[in-house]
Write a protein that binds this ligand. Sequence first.
Ligand code: ADP
Ligand code: MG
Length: 275
Amino acid sequence: MSSSEITAATESVAAVDAVRAGAVRLDQVTHRYGRGGEAFTAVGPVDLTVPSGEFLVLVGASGCGKSTLLRLIAGFERPTRGSVRVSGTEPRPGDTAGVVFQTPRLFPWRTVRGNIDLALRYAGVDRAQWPQRRAELLARVGLEGTEKRRIWEISGGQQQRVAIARALAAENPLILLDEPFAALDALTRERLQEDVRLVAERTGRTTVFVTHSADEAVFLGSRIVVLTKSPGTVALDLPITLPRGDIDAEELRSSREFAELRAQVSHAVKSAAAA
Ligand code: ADP
Ligand code: MG
């Protein structure tokens, strides 16, 4: 092999690795809680491949196993059967993905800055870079000027923004969000949806977002997977072809295509829950 051939081969390996960063692959995954006669199958079998950079939304009725699936991808749980791979390897809890939960898990007595800095420290970011990284993260989630405020002093929507900034701090190629806006008022929820859509777009990270709302799913997803009732399996796998990029959110939400997709997903969720 000539040196240029070797260079080309090395580059193509690097390109494959870049493509796979943050990609998720579930093979015949089943998850059971408990043992013996008490065992309860919460999920599966599920086969699912999420390519790098995709925004996948998992939708399904309460109790169908959405959070379990997300925890399996994060590595918080190990599957009873089958395999979970993120970027080609077994997920490691706290390391593989940035995770945002329904209620933000923050340190309420600390400031916004203190909470972000803890995430930067945990991510191993050099201390000299903290001010710049912190400013970037806060700007990205629309929290400029709140650094010195304590978590208990800011609104629920702002707290969820801090949680998203923390999840982004680690620079994982994969972000997992579990019904992060369920407890927020409608207006705040819509604003945060717009921001998350934009953040995903700009950072190009692979995102898996769990919700029970068809409306939220269609607005956010580049692909929607509807789960059956427990044990959750894939009932519908739908690519979303709505325009991404710099679009007017109001226009999108009021378009006919949006309404049609929302009706389709809503119907699929209801029939999957009833089946
Ligand atoms: P979802 O997020 O879709 O509401 P979950 O993944 O939380 O669903 O739960 C799926 C099923 O597994 C539910 O019936 C729930 O009660 C059960 N389950 C969840 N976590 C546990 C656990 N730690 N031990 C036993 N059962 C659990
Ligand atoms: Mg859940």
